[in-house]
Each structure stands twice: as structure tokens, then as C-alpha cells.
Design a protein around this ligand. Sequence first.
Ligand SMILES: Cc1ncc(COP(=O)(O)O)c(C=O)c1O
Length: 415
Amino acid sequence: MSAPALALAGGTPIRTRPFPVWPVFGVEEERRLVRVLRSGQWGRLDGAEVDAFEEQFAAMHGCRYGIAVVNGTVALRIALLAAGIRAEDEVIVPPYTFVATATAVLEANAIPVFADVSLATFNLDPAAVAAAITPRTRAIIPVHFAGQPADMDAIRALAEPRGILVLEDAAHAHGASYRGRPAGSLGDVATFSFQSSKNVTAGEGGIITTNDAALARACRSVHNCGRVPEGVWYEHHVVSGNYRLGELQGALLNCQLERFEEQARTRERNGLRLARELGGIPGLHVQQRSEACTRHAYHLFMMRIDPAAFGAPRAALRAALDAEGIPCSAGYGYSLPDQPLFRNKAFGPYVPGAGERLDYRSARCPNSDLLCRDQALWLGQNLLLGTDADIDDIVAAFEKVYALRHQLSTLDSSP
Ligand SMILES: Cc1ncc(COP(=O)(O)O)c(C=O)c1O
């Protein structure tokens, strides 16, 4: 019998079957969409789907108020504007996140200040946040990265005595919880995304959740052209726009919520198993679970490779996994301060004047740099919706690549 070989070197791949596809939908979605279609009530001010969704989603996330909007980016900006963030206020954000966490700050005419993430949890490092606070800091946006709540006790302890707003970017964290309390209710206000890849999706969409009645009222006004409930239709109280979600998306989201609990349980069961089994491979560091995390949403299963300890670079591992039938992403190619947008301070009409005095080249975020440059690995949430056999394959592929890593050095596995 010949020696085992990596699929990349001509061996038999671990799997050729596809993983579960996302999104998941069925006749329930078809029926509900057709019902809205035939009703002719396609706008949220005419129908009841978005209202019902807001109520249920907010309640699931420990909040009295939910304001559905067209996407997660706009949700962040609306929350900042509604909270009274003003021109040139500073807002602390992680550098390891989707660009919207920072651009929403710019679009609120405020200044993003980067604080590095922890290499263990991939969430904001409270020590870096403390070092980034200045007298101009007005908000902190912890991202619950990959679906694990950030260190909210430490972040709130920094924010509350200083009157700093805590805005959770919960785009990855539908259904996650922290010391038993749902993500979305862990700060002053929170935002979620329903973009295509997210754990609850309508293709696009977002929501703001809060328990603060005044903030909810302000968000509702900003999302609806500056209207107020007691005003007439053509009466506008603040400069804003139309960011209302439509009823067709509301109908889809209501169906997706019915599927959600079971999917969330499956993702967490599979995520915990992967963490146990992949965490034993030398050179692989799976996202460390905080003792305060009582439910991880597993939007991503994230880990990092220490190439020296593993014995191969990230690109080689990814190429080998791909050949074994396991899609594994390297995630963000840039830490945010290195994005051309920040390097060139291409802020358009926003924060006029600030561009000259800001220098994002001096932002020191070595952990985020390392993750982007050499180390981050993401498995998408759809992989975690699979069966035990699917998870067996993922584990087997990582173990196989590790065991046969010497074969990688003889192959050209550039990405
Ligand atoms: C962490 C984070 N924040 C914000 C967003 C923005 O959400 P959306 O794509 O719905 O605008 C995303 C989505 O991709 C995200 O991953």
C-alpha cells in the first residue's frame, strides 16, 4: 500500500460532498412572501411583518425596542446619530472587523480610534481600549467577533464612569449571550445585520436594539425621515433619510426566526466540538471561549495558525484544506488602519479638517496586523450547520494536513 498523501499531492480528498447551503428556506418563506405580495402592503408603514419582527427580535435579545433598517452599516450610523454623537467626537473601534464598524463612525462625522484586539479571543482588548480613551471619547463599539460576546464587564467598567456610550456591533452575534444576558442588551444600544451571510438573513437588512426609550424614539425618527409619532406625514424633525425595511424582507425574517433556535443550537454544538478537537492540533489556536460566554453564536468558527508551530504557512494549510474539500477563509486581508481608505484618509465630506491631523499609519494594532497578515482562519457558519459526519470530516482534514505537513514544503501552494 502506498503512503497516504494530501489531496493536494494527488491523494484522495477527505470529502467531495458539499456542506449545507445557506440560506435555508422552504415553503413557509414562499407562502409568507406570496401573502405579502398579494396584499399589496409592501412598505412597513402599510403592513404588519416588520412590526412583528421588530418585536420578536428585540424580545429575543432582551430588549424592549427594536428598529429594523435596511442594513447593519446604517444601523450603526443611526445609533450613533440618535445617541447624539457629534462632529469630531472620538469613537473607539477594533481594527479587526468589517469596515462598516469604522466607516459608520465617519459617516456620523465622528472619528474612529482603533484599539487592538486580543490574540486569544479576537475581541477588543480592554487594556487597549483604556489606553485609547481621551477626553474626546464619546463611544466604544465592541464587536462580538465571530459571535462571541466581547469583554463587556471590562468595557462597561471603562465606559460608565466616564459617560461613554457603549454600542454593541452584534452583526455576528444573533442569539449569543453573556452571563446569561443576550447580546443586543449588553450596552446602551446594539446593532445587528441580516446581510446574506449572517446567521439570520433576508439578503440585506439590519436592526437596532435598546432598552432606552429616548434612544429608541430617536432611532425610529432617524430611520424614518425625521418623523415623530405625534407629527403629521410631511413633518420632519431631524435631518435623516429613509432607512425603513420593507415588508417582503420582514416576512422572510419572520420565517427565518422560526428556524433560528434549532440552527443556533446546532452551530453551538458543532462549534464546541470543533474547538475541542481542533484545539489539540499543535500550532492551531482556536478562539478562546470566555467564561462569561453563555452562548456563542458561531457566525464564524475562528482560529489562528502559528505557522512555525504548525510547520506550514497559512496559505499552504488553506490550499491543502481546500483540496481536501474543506473551504477555509483567511478572513480580512487588511487590518482597518491599513485599508487604503484610512491610509489615504479618503473620508469624502466627513470630518472635514480632521483628515490633516489624523495619522492612521501610527495606529499600533500588532495583533490585528498578525491576524490579517499571517494567522487568521475562518470556517463559515454554514459548515457548522452540518451533521456529526460533516464535523468529523473537518477534523479529519485538519489532522491529515497536520500529519502530512512535510508534503506541503515540496508543493507550490501559493494562494
Ligand atoms: C462586524 C460587522 N459589522 C457591521 C456589518 C455591516 O452589516 P451590513 O453588511 O448589513 O451593512 C457587518 C457585515 O458584514 C459586520 O460583519
